[in-house]
Design a protein around this ligand. Structure first.
Ligand code: UDP
Length: 386
């Protein structure tokens, strides 16, 4: 008889997993999501007033270096080329972000060549920091205090609600520093945006009679698992255990939406790097689809705050105390039977879409192998947790 699986959460983790499982195993799948739409935080929809495709939970640009992931997402829908060019306001000036030769020359009022700029920043970098242990040390050891304070300190403090010293160095490593005029925010080989938005990708993925999606349906651990052969949980790991050891720290974001005529800021994303400005960035959504024409424009001004009990968790903070809690929740999870934990919220990690998809594809493979070989079913993906 076909296996009956429940997947909790209809984001990329849940949808990719469902798509891959039904193609590998004889199974039927229900996907539950407590929200009223597919797509998790990647959800996009056309704004009723302007008809512009909006990234409802903040900007998402698809990037990957792995051809099989690029081919996989492109097998469902059409993606169009898109280069993310971010601007950053610091003081009264608008700069190019990530820090590149233009930013360096503009900021220091120089005409450096690439080699000159590299040598100049060497003189700014804090050479006493040999092995950067946190976000601030990583920045100081690489770009020096002036650029750090102009572009990173205020923004990071606003976004994460703590001193950058408390954050992992890896958060900064997400953004390159370039000694040429390349202002592409991302460094990946394949990059693009789906023509009909991300929700359409996931709709296509789960368009299979063996997969049933049930929206507005909240999952209660244990009691709701009855009747299913296995549960895949992609929600917050602390919520699964009813926050019994306390809550893992997340930042949440809120948006103020505004509509205007024409072009508001000339770019899809403008970062506001100073601490005194209450928001982190403004995204102007029509610039994510440069192949479309719209008379009006819609902007989301993004504010960051600590996640309250009724807020959606966005960015896992992973401070030292959070990691201690995570160890405890992980031990509880390892003792569960019939549940697999997957994705950003269930593993409490800062993940991009391509990471999420890769892990879900791999999980489907591992899980089907375990079923066919009758070995222990995976509880977590193969990852470095802490
Ligand atoms: N960041 C910053 N200034 C900027 C852009 C980014 O200080 O203008 C820092 C900030 O701490 C952020 C991290 O770099 O969390 C990673 O930035 P990214 O653009 O990858 O963040 P995301 O788009 O995921 O919010």
């Amino acid at each position: 008889m076909a296996n009956r699986f429940l997947i909790v959460g209809a984001g990329f983790s849940g949808c990719v997993l469902a798509q891959q499982l039904v193609s590998a195993l004889d199974c039927t799948i229900e996907i539950w999501d407590e929200r009223n739409h597919l797509g998790g935080n990647c959800h996009t929809q056309r704004d009723e007033d302007t008809n512009i495709m909006t990234h409802q939970y903040g900007p998402h640009i698809f990037n990957t270096d792995k051809k099989y992931i690029w081919d996989y997402v492109n097998s469902f829908v059409e993606f169009r080329p898109y280069v993310h060019r971010v601007k950053a306001k610091s003081g009264n000036t608008i700069f190019s972000m990530p820090v590149n030769l233009h930013t360096i020359n503009q900021f220091f009022n120089k005409n450096f060549t690439p080699n000159e700029a590299r040598a100049f920043l060497e003189t700014k970098a804090d050479k006493t920091i040999k092995d950067p242990q946190n976000f601030e040390e990583q920045a100081l050891s690489f770009i020096g205090r002036e650029l750090y304070e102009a572009f990173f300190y205020g923004y990071t403090k606003k976004q994460w609600g703590c001193e950058p010293k408390e954050l992992p160095a890896s958060f900064l490593k997400r953004i390159p520093v370039r000694f040429n005029y390349d202002d592409n925010y991302h460094t990946n080989i394949f990059t693009g945006i789906p023509v009909d938005g991300y929700t359409a990708v996931m709709e296509k993925m789960i368009d299979n009679p063996a997969i049933q999606i049930i929206l507005n349906k909240k999952f209660t651990p244990n009691s709701d698992s009855i009747g299913f052969d296995h549960v895949f949980y992609t929600g917050p790991i602390d919520a699964f255990f009813n926050y019994q050891f306390g809550r893992l720290g997340y930042r949440t974001v809120t948006f103020e939406k505004s509509i205007a005529v024409g072009d508001f800021q000339g770019s899809s994303q403008m970062n506001y790097c100073e601490e005194k400005i209450p928001f982190t960035r403004i995204t102007e959504h029509k610039h994510f689809t440069p192949w479309e024409n719209h008379e009006k424009t819609i902007c989301f001004t993004e504010f960051s705050k600590e996640t309250g009990t009724d807020d959606l968790p966005y960015y896992p903070k992973r401070l030292a105390a959070d990691k201690e809690l995570l160890v405890q929740y992980r031990m509880l999870a390892e003792a569960q039977n019939g549940v697999t934990f997957l994705g950003r919220l269930a593993t409490y990690r800062y993940m991009d879409m391509h990471h999420v998809i890769d892990e879900a594809m791999d999980m489907a493979k591992q899980f089907s192998n375990s079923i066919s070989k009758k070995t222990k079913l995976p509880i977590f993906p193969n990852i470095e947790f802490y």
